[in-house]
Design a protein around this ligand. Structure first.
Ligand SMILES: *Cc1c(COP(=O)(O)O)cnc(C)c1O
Length: 371
């Protein structure tokens, strides 16, 4: 079965092999050496001043960023489940929230940010998804972050990059905390989260807040080559290997280019056979399609064609198809997915199969279109 859900993503054989080692103790010089190498690579990969690695899923890093970097009042963009999650975390910790709420296919409007910040001069932190995975939407995060800083440079900007880091180039100039998770573009098993930090964010951590997700304490320990609590040693070994593959062997420009070509080719192929893109501004991490037959199509893909793609969540349950583009994916796997979707349309009597999806994908991916 091809796993084409936008998280978790498949773990390549080489990364599985790298993790197939006996468990080592985390308070040892061997682990410190591995951890220091991993941190060095991670900080450069994230393009941030420093970073902490947490043994948790991405939501733990969202919680840690919020509890450590929001003082009293947060401005939060909510265009889907994950934006809503920031709102819920903030409320769970008694923070005041100014929420900018949109439909799940609609990106944040800069004028709304300006208005909210002018009306609420006591906002001290700003939270946004780079890609809101509920609808596959790309927010204009770089512009939003620059605007927030221009209006008040004391506001901490937190970007959830869980489906953007390792997917596309991100301009981190005005981002203070950049969140990543293991099971999306980093192609690792679930269980590890990362927060890249700017010098400004670090100055805001102070003595730290909270207990397990105390980022000041973690950062202090991690700068010494260890972690506050037992490190997720095996996942960290996997992370070191992934970063080596992505940064040294494939190269980040090549990774981003391949991902973009795969996303573009998939969209052209699927639009050509009548599918409708859902988000107004799609992120390269995934293709989200709005379709009334979404559940029937997903079932056919799984039972007849060996492909597992994701559906919609919350209010879009049963109405969306979400196809992953994150990670290193062979074009011959991606082309099978669009082919399976075309076959499913014939099964449903919506279109007679003629191989259009495969042809358009291949022409577009290999840039033959129009030549
Ligand atoms: C997957 C995801 C998360 C984190 O989810 P976990 O299940 O806690 O790992 C957060 N934000 C976005 C945008 C995501 O796609």
């Amino acid at each position: 079965m091809l796993l084409f859900t936008p998280g978790p993503t498949p773990v390549p054989e080489r990364i599985r092999q790298a993790m197939a080692v006996p468990t080592i103790h985390h308070r040892t010089p061997e682990f410190t050496k591995i951890f220091k190498e991993t941190r060095r690579a991670l900080i450069s990969f994230l393009k941030m001043d420093d970073a902490v690695v947490l043994a948790s899923t991405g939501t733990g890093a969202m919680e840690g960023a919020l509890t450590n970097l929001c003082g009293r009042k947060a401005l939060i963009v909510n265009s889907g489940k994950f934006g809503e999650r920031f709102v819920e975390i903030a409320r769970a910790f008694g923070k005041e929230v100014v929420e900018l709420r949109y439909d799940w296919n609609e990106a944040v409007k800069l004028d709304d940010i300006r208005e909210a910040m002018e009306e609420n001069p006591d906002i001290d932190s700003f939270f946004i998804q780079i890609c809101e995975s509920s609808g596959g939407l790309r927010h204009p995060v770089e512009e939003a972050a620059a605007l927030v800083k221009a209006l008040n440079d004391e506001v901490v900007v937190v970007a959830d990059g869980i489906t953007a880091v390792g997917v596309e180039p991100i301009d981190t100039t005005h981002i203070d905390a950049l969140i990543a998770g293991s099971q999306k573009a980093l192609m690792l098993p679930p269980g590890l989260a990362m927060v890249g930090l700017s010098t400004f964010a670090i100055s805001r951590l102070g003595e730290g807040r909270g207990y397990y997700f105390n980022l000041a304490k973690e950062l202090r320990k991690q700068r010494e080559g260890t972690t506050a609590y037992t490190a997720a040693t095996t996942l960290i070994i996997g992370l070191r290997e992934v970063l080596k593959i992505l940064m040294e062997e494939v190269g980040l420009d090549e990774l981003y280019d391949q991902t973009d070509r795969r996303a573009t080719a998939t969209r052209l192929a699927l639009e050509a056979i009548g599918f409708q893109l859902y988000p107004q501004k799609p992120a390269p991490a995934m293709t989200a399609l709005y379709d009334e037959d979404a559940e029937a199509i997903r079932k056919l893909l799984k039972s007849r064609y060996g492909v597992n793609i994701a559906g919609g969540q919350g209010e879009l349950k049963g109405k969306l198809l979400r196809i992953n583009h994150m990670g290193l994916i062979e074009p011959y796997e991606a082309v099978w997915v669009v082919n399976a979707l075309e076959l499913a349309l014939e099964d449903l009597g919506r279109r007679s199969y003629d191989g259009t999806a495969v042809r358009i994908f291949s022409q577009s991916y290999y840039k033959l279109l129009g030549e």
